[in-house]
Design a protein around this ligand. Structure first.
Ligand code: 6PG
Length: 238
């Protein structure tokens, strides 16, 4: 049985978002005192927007921050489903407008065709990543590590050499219309200095508890938590 990481419980999603922004800003501020350039990897989805809005107004040396994506659907940056669009809309503004952004989407026909180029692009980001915002789906995926997806086992190999890999989650009821993705791998994420797993709702909390107490031990989110060597907090609200 693995321990649930430190979990901060809030009455509202607004309060959870504020705490998430505070934790991420604190991690970046500390890193900026120690290194000339630092990195933040941002997940997409419907949960993180409010936290990114708050983080964007934090008075950090954003011109020394490299912002990347934890994963990306294979859609154009103008598409409503694009994680790049979410990050540009909610984070890369205000004080954070001067950050360096590393997109994942390219003009390649598929993530598999783009993986090597984007892997090399992300190899240039400061690592270990200084701050990471993670989400989780009801299937226990985090990043784009969808259970049963093609390419999953290779990217969950802690000894793997790739930072970015392509995944095909065709058939996943959660990935639905966007099964083809690029995602950071376990080797890339496991040594992040500070990670925040932001989850909302009772169902997700139950899924995470089942992953950690062994009732659903094969869920990808557990793999990340088990291999994580940095600080990892769960922030939860109903
Ligand atoms: C994505 C995200 C993904 C997300 C979870 C949770 O591209 O969808 O990066 O990993 O964190 O799917 O998504 P919600 O916040 O929408 O529940």
């Amino acid at each position: 049985m693995s321990q649930l990481p430190e979990t901060k419980v809030f009455e509202t999603r607004e309060a959870a978002a504020a705490e998430t922004a505070r934790l991420l800003a604190g991690a970046l501020a500390s890193a900026l005192l120690e290194r000339p350039r630092v990195s933040f990897m941002a997940s997409g989805g419907s949960s993180p927007g409010a936290a990114y809005e708050m983080l964007s107004a934090e008075p950090l040396d954003w011109d020394r921050v490299t912002v990347g994506l934890v994963d990306e659907r294979w859609v154009d940056p103008e598409d409503a489903a694009s994680n790049e669009a979410l990050v540009r809309r909610t984070l890369l503004k205000n004080d954070a407008a001067t950050a360096t952004f590393l997109p994942m989407k390219t003009d390649a026909a598929s993530p598999a065709d783009a993986a090597a180029v984007v892997d090399a692009r992300y190899a240039g980001a400061p690592r270990p990543f200084d701050a990471v915002l993670l989400g989780m789906g009801l299937d226990g995926h985090t990043a784009s590590w969808f259970p049963g997806a093609r390419g999953l086992e290779a990217m969950l190999d802690p000894a793997g050499s790739n930072i970015v890999a392509a995944i095909d989650a065709a058939g996943s009821p959660i990935a639905r219309d966007h099964p083809l993705r690029l995602t950071l791998t376990l080797p890339a994420l496991k040594d992040a200095r500070r990670s925040v797993l932001l989850i909302y709702g009772a169902e997700k909390r139950s899924v995470l508890e089942a992953a950690m107490d062994g009732r659903a031990a094969d869920l990808p989110v557990r793999r990340l938590i088990e291999y994580s060597t940095g600080g990892l907090s769960v922030v939860w609200a109903p």
